[in-house]
Write a protein that binds this ligand. Structure first.
Ligand SMILES: O=C(O)C[C@H](O)C(=O)O
Length: 488
């Protein structure tokens, strides 16, 4: 194995402060217990279960309120990475084109599998509270109205109304304006970066309400449709996991082999420790600093890693993309509102844009789904409540797939631009040149928001994953992995 063993090396302490890690595990266990309790209540006391529905709706609303700030920060900072990527010419262009193609392909796969499995059909759920939105939607609007609707009444109302397209428009303008300001805009960029950390912290706090939301949502769904609900939820969950596995091994595997003649298994094995980390935090961003370090260790040049990894974390979230289309079809079918082919194509195009506002922190995929539906198919948005009970488990698969997608992207961009030392890559993947965890303290190069900027000396390490609620890219305020080792 090229990497060091997945567990802590002998004699060294585990890399995370265990107290914080345990908190994440408690949350995970709490969600599982809540889901089981919800199923029980749904079967035993369906009337009571119906009364519990607001718990799920409340949780979805909490998530929904986060969508505008998440999209705004992700896009504003993402524009910075794309602009910098574009400046470095070929590398940036190749990365951006690859991201667009692959994430669109992932969205299309989600649609295809959603159609194939038809997981929501037979649930016949009553979208009662969605009726108002439905009426609104059925009111119909022409193309002109639609286009005019993308323009918010004020710059800030885009952020307060929760309209995805309006938020995207304002975020794009803000991002490009910031770029044009050059160094003078640096304080604002830092402000947005801080705001992003703040927003992710709020999202992490909201995730602590997940057990309550999951309990209410599952109880209400099971109370309404009994075994059908469980069957449908099991089908979508299993279907999503299998799709992600196939996507990683077949799609990414084939592209990686054709593009770089590297076996996906050896790459995944090299990144084994990071996958474990993501599994325990349900957030791909927690492994971002380590991905940067490991890709450089693999022999990919620092500028390529510095451009591809951070930009990919904004624009290449393959797992989230698969989820967005698949979950939308599930919700539509569950509410007996199946989407026509035209509608599905419209959804695809909408999600190509909306998915770029997603982020690699736990719950972000659900927020993007809720926000996307709110803007594109308001009659479906309440249906997010049906799926919220199992979101924590979906989040894992999203995060793992997102991470694998960005690792493969980095190797491919490195290969296509001739910026990889192939001999070194071969040696590293063969286990002849193992990654040294100690180098993590001195990871040089960019942070998430400063792609492409390679610092001459050691840069402050972005925080190693410390808990499921810390977004990545945070400058460390806690001991880094190796600092923790050293001080222990
Ligand atoms: O971490 C990610 O990449 C995705 C996240 O876990 C999510 O819940 O959407």
């Amino acid at each position: 194995m090229a990497d060091q063993p997945a567990g802590p090396p002998p004699g060294q302490k585990t890399q995370q402060p265990t107290g914080r890690r345990d908190r994440v595990h408690y949350l995970y266990i709490a969600v599982i217990v809540a889901v089981l309790l919800g199923v029980l209540v749904g079967f035993v006391a369906p009337d009571l279960a119906a009364e519990l529905k607001p718990l799920g709706t409340g949780f979805v609303n909490l998530i929904k309120m986060m969508i505008s700030p998440i999209i705004f920060c992700t896009i504003v900072l993402g524009i910075g990475s794309v602009a910098r990527a574009a400046k470095v010419g070929r590398v940036g262009l190749i990365a951006i084109v690859y991201f667009l193609v692959m994430s669109t392909f992932a969205l299309a796969i989600g649609l295809a599998v959603g159609n194939l499995l038809d997981p929501g059909s037979g649930m016949n759920l009553d979208p009662a509270s969605a009726s108002e939105a439905q009426e609104q939607a059925k009111g119909g609007e022409g193309t002109t109205d639609f286009l005019l609707g993308i323009i918010p009444s004020t710059l800030v109302s885009a952020l307060t109304e929760g309209e995805v397209l309006q938020t995207l428009l304002v975020a794009l303008l803000a991002g490009f304006a910031l770029q044009q300001m050059g160094p003078a805009g640096e304080p604002i960029r830092r402000g947005v970066e801080l705001a992003q950390r703040w927003v992710f912290k709020i999202l992490a706090m909201i995730m602590w309400a997940a057990p309550v939301g999951a309990f209410g949502a599952i109880a209400a769904v099971v109370g309404e449709t009994g075994w059908d609900a469980l069957r449908s939820l099991a089908v979508i969950m299993l279907g999503f996991y299998i799709t992600c596995v196939l996507f990683v091994f077949v799609v990414l595997g084939a592209v990686l082999w054709m593009g770089a003649r590297i076996n996906i298994l050896t790459l995944l094995r090299y990144l084994g420790r990071e996958f474990l980390l993501i599994l325990s935090t349900s957030s791909s961003e927690t492994a971002l600093p380590r991905l940067i370090a490991k890709m450089e260790h693999l022999g990919i040049s620092r500028p390529v890693v510095g451009i591809t990894v951070p930009t990919g974390y904004s624009f290449n979230l393959d797992g989230t993309a698969i989820y967005l289309t698949m979950a939308t079809l599930f919700i539509a079918d569950a509410q007996n509102e199946p989407l026509s082919l035209g509608s599905q194509i419209g959804l695809l195009f909408f999600m190509i844009i909306a998915s770029k506002g997603a982020a690699g922190v736990s719950g972000a995929g659900l927020a993007t789904l809720a926000g996307g539906l709110q803007s594109h198919k308001p009659e479906l948005v309440d249906g997010v409540g049906f799926i919220v009970g199992i979101d924590r488990f979906m989040s894992e698969a999203r995060a793992l797939t997102n991470f694998a997608g960005n690792a493969v992207a980095t190797v491919l961009v490195g290969t296509w631009t001739g910026e990889i030392d192939s001999d070194r890559a071969r040696r590293v993947l063969a286990g002849e040149d193992p990654f040294n965890e100690a180098t993590l303290v001195d990871v040089p190069g960019p942070s998430r928001s400063e792609p492409g900027t390679s610092s001459p000396g050691p840069a402050p390490v972005t925080a190693p994953p410390s808990d499921g609620d810390a977004p990545s890219g945070e400058k460390t305020e806690e001991p880094t992995a190796t600092q923790a080792h050293r001080s222990s």
